[in-house]
Design a protein around this ligand. Sequence first.
Ligand SMILES: [Fe+2]
Length: 229
Amino acid sequence: MLHTVNHPFNRIRRLPPVIPDEILASRLMRCGGYEVFDEVLNARWLKALRHEAVGQLPKAILSDVERSDGEEVRGGNPARRFFSAPGAAVQDAYYRSAWMLDFVRAVVGVPLTPTGMMGTYTYYRRHGDFLAVHRDIEACDVAVITCLFDNARDADVGGLMSFYPKRLTEPLSAIRRDAEHRRVSLRLHPRQTIVMYGGIVPHAILPTGAQQVRIVSVLCYRALTSNIA
Ligand SMILES: [Fe+2]
């Protein structure tokens, strides 16, 4: 997930990331860098977010990048194909709410702040939509992703989220070259929310299956710690 509609092109860095001690010692990192929750949002919030996500679809922009650039740490321009649209009033109310910030801070275990940017909706709606292995942009240390819709069956592999919690300091190109090594995959089911160190833990979305549609809400938070370099 890139978490921006107009993805910024960052300078290319080839060194492995340096992760601050506060983050390495944090609650979420001790859980592997990500955690899935079943009931962060009640039915009313979920219905409103789904409605808003569908309503924003006409504003969605296609990201279609055939090959990843040479960025090795975070951000950059990873290969991908999906549509994304900016969030609107419902998502923003959820993003800015004190209860949500309290929840995310408690899960992560370090001080956090919203990035100042709007959240986004991402739509994987065509066969083979995907996102190659990456770490999120510098403004997005922690991502909070809620699945609003996914019609895949449990046995399908399309649209799975993949993580590399045991390959934190490897350059992105090394992980992409051997993408199945120490890969952990999971399906984020509708209603579930994942809180993840997206700027630290390399991750990807596997290509969606035929007739699969997957829609997620994406929020970003910045860690108020030493910078991840
Ligand atoms: Fe991401």
